[in-house]
Design a binder for this molecule. Structure first.
Ligand SMILES: Nc1nc2c(ncn2[C@@H]2O[C@H](COP(=O)(O)OP(=O)(O)OP(=O)(O)O)[C@@H](O)[C@H]2O)c(=O)[nH]1
Ligand SMILES: [Mg+2]
Length: 425
């Protein structure tokens, strides 16, 4: 296992408001989510970035000394480095030096499972690396392998600039194809008229655990960051009989590297189609407010800030002082405190989701002819049937349907809607 020396950097000029303790804690979590052994985490607070080394020369020497003493194979910076800074640091420290983006890309390359996920990660890696390859076209394998030099599925990224550009074009082309396929799938679900609820939130907030609990599925969960890269959608039947699709998504992160935002915009299409977002927050994490801000800004970047949101303040089983929850509940309007692990208050979440969608429901009485029996099946799947009578001149059904289904019913010439039930609504 590679031995890593971490360097957590806070610049007074940084735009975010993360304290150095939070920056260094997150860097450790990220590093532990890949396969390195963390030796030490050096803290570095500077006024501003220097063009050659990011941090001051004296600090670089100190880090070089520690790296040597402890036998580090790689040095990982919490801050993004320019190509020049990275090359200079590597020379000065005498070992491979990578930045936060490379670390995150490394985690993503390990986790990507679906062909699309792999392509997206590889594209993001190449786009990140291209401007950093030297003019002659240094083979990446010259870096000696290890963290940050591997493509998805453990393949080595062995390319010169020209090849990298070609590969980027090819990946973009291939991704277009898979994207069209996914859009078609998404449209199909939409045409089924099933509302979509998307679980969004900071990485490790408990989205997949909540999906598993809600829909009795077996999505992989772990304390490591970015466990889920491939979105998964499952059916959930609400207590009022209505079916909805619940979608798990890739976790967000503060200052999510630009390349990844671009790469995962497509994966997050599911979120853009969603009728309701459940924002899962780890309420037991001291960085709760920072995580919330980070998620809101990613949503904004994806232009999804106007979607209706229900906040799930998760992991309350870990919170001893419950009075604190009242405070955070005030902070987050339309929220539910729950535990996806123990199931506490899951019923409240479900009833909030149900309430949300029942506002969008319509009660109707209709008559359909006997030769359209397939409609009965359809309504059993898509609506809640309250009463059904098989009469001589047709099947009389009282049912509650999602409002968005109404236009489809209205268009069907065979379905007769009892006007009295319409007037009532
Ligand atoms: N104690 C406790 N642990 C929880 C709860 N919900 C989730 N966890 C744990 O938190 C860790 C992360 O959970 P996941 O469901 O994988 O989180 P996620 O949001 O899907 O994370 P990514 O896929 O990495 O974005 C796992 O170790 C879970 O067991 C909870 O309510 N209480
Ligand atoms: Mg997950």
């Amino acid at each position: 296992m590679e031995k890593a020396l971490l360097v957590s950097v806070q610049l007074k000029t940084d735009k975010h408001h993360w304290r150095i303790e939070d920056i260094s804690a997150e860097l450790e979590e990220l590093a532990s989510s890949t396969s390195v052994e963390v030796l030490e985490n050096v803290i570095c607070i500077c006024d501003h970035a220097t063009p050659n080394y990011l941090i001051g020369k004296g600090k670089v020497e100190e880090i070089g000394f520690i790296a040597h003493e402890e036998g580090a194979d790689v040095v990982i910076f919490s801050h993004d480095l320019s190509g020049t800074q990275q090359r200079n640091l590597e020379k000065a420290l005498g070992r491979r030096t990578i930045d936060r983006t490379q670390l995150i890309l490394d985690i993503f390359s390990r986790r990507a499972r679906s062909p699309e996920g792999k392509m997206q990660v590889e594209l993001a890696q190449l786009e990140y690396l291209l401007p950093r390859m030297s003019g002659k076209g240094v083979m990446l394998s010259d870096l000696g392998g290890g963290i940050g030099t591997r493509g998805p599925g453990e393949t080595k990224l062995e390319l010169d600039r020209r090849q990298a550009r070609k590969k980027i074009d090819k990946l973009k082309e291939d991704l277009k194809g898979t994207r069209q396929h996914r859009q078609a799938m998404c449209k199909k679900r939409k045409s089924n008229n099933l509302p979509i609820v998307a679980l969004v939130g900071y990485t490790s907030a408990g989205k997949s655990t909540l999906l598993n609990l809600l829909t009795a599925s077996t999505q992989v969960t772990s304390e490591k960051l970015f466990t889920t890269l491939d979105p998964l959608s499952k059916n959930l039947c609400l207590p009022n009989g209505q079916n909805v699709i619940v979608s798990d998504t890739v976790g967000f992160l503060h200052e999510l590297p630009h390349h990844l935002i671009e790469a995962f915009k497509a994966t997050l299409e599911e979120v853009s189609e969603a009728d309701l977002l459940i924002h899962v927050l780890d309420a037991a994490d001291p960085r709760l407010i920072l995580h919330n801000q980070a998620v809101l800004s990613v949503l904004e970047e994806l232009e999804l800030q106007d979607k209706p949101v229900l906040v799930a303040l998760n992991k309350i089983d870990l919170i001893q002082d419950r009075s604190w929850l009242e405070v955070s509940k005030k902070e987050f309007s339309n929220s539910v405190c729950l535990s996806a692990k123990t199931g506490e208050n899951l019923d409240i979440l479900i009833s909030k989701v149900t309430d949300y969608f029942s506002g969008l429901m319509l009660s109707l009485n209709i008559v359909i002819p006997h030769h359209r029996m397939e409609l009965v099946d359809f309504f059993y799947r898509q609506a809640k049937i309250e009463k059904i009578d098989y009469l001589q001149d047709g099947i009389n059904i009282s049912l509650v349907i999602p409002r968005m289904l109404f236009s489809r019913i209205e268009k069907d010439k065979d379905i007769k809607i009892n006007p009295a039930t319409l007037a009532k609504d």
